[in-house]
Design a protein around this ligand. Structure first.
Ligand SMILES: [Zn+2]
Length: 181
């Protein structure tokens, strides 16, 4: 394990605790995505996924206090005002930004979380962020690319499978990085 890997592993419990607390704090205001007015989502995501995924509309999307949790390198993320963010099967969207394109993007992340599980999603996301910055980090890049295809009505068929395969590739790269050195 290299030093970065050790540092990320050490920060994981605090981040996971923060995520669980944040989800718990919003459990009463989280609504199923299947109840949203955005019917185009049904063309691409399975009904069971849309019924399980939750959305929370907030004035400002919550982000873990990464500096406080031992990862000051991600301070820039903490300061960004994101339109949306996904934790497990729940995504938060900034009030006023509700639109199908953003929901589609966040649902890409829901599928990624499902595929990787909590620890591996967080590790892969952190490695990508360190190596490429926010928009080019592979899990974001995938979501932005697919969102653009949604906007252009060019979403791949078997979307979930497409995301799963790509996500496996992202994890493989992150895993190799974490085991190197
Ligand atoms: Zn994203």
């Amino acid at each position: 394990m290299n030093a970065i890997s050790a540092k990320l592993q050490a920060a994981l419990p605090g981040i996971k605790k923060w995520i669980d607390q944040t989800l718990q704090d919003h459990i009463n205001v989280a609504t199923p995505v299947s109840e949203s007015p955005f019917t185009r989502l049904k063309d691409h995501y399975p009904d069971v996924l849309l019924a399980r995924a939750r959305v929370v509309v907030v004035p400002r999307v919550p982000f873990p206090p990464v500096t406080q949790l031992g990862l000051p390198e991600f301070r820039a993320m903490e300061m960004m005002s994101l339109a949306g963010v996904t934790y497990k099967d729940t995504f938060f969207v900034c009030n006023g930004q509700q639109r199908d394109s953003l929901y589609f993007h966040e649902l890409v992340h829901v599928v990624q979380w499902d595929r990787l599980g909590v620890d591996n999603f967080l590790l892969a996301y952190a490695v990508g962020l360190m190596q490429h910055g926010y928009e080019q980090s592979p899990l974001e890049q995938m979501a932005f690319e697919l969102q653009a295809r949604f906007d252009q009505q060019r979403v791949p068929e078997n979307l979930v499978e497409f995301i799963n395969v790509r996500t496996d590739g992202v994890w493989e790269t992150a895993r190799r990085f974490l085991e190197s050195g």
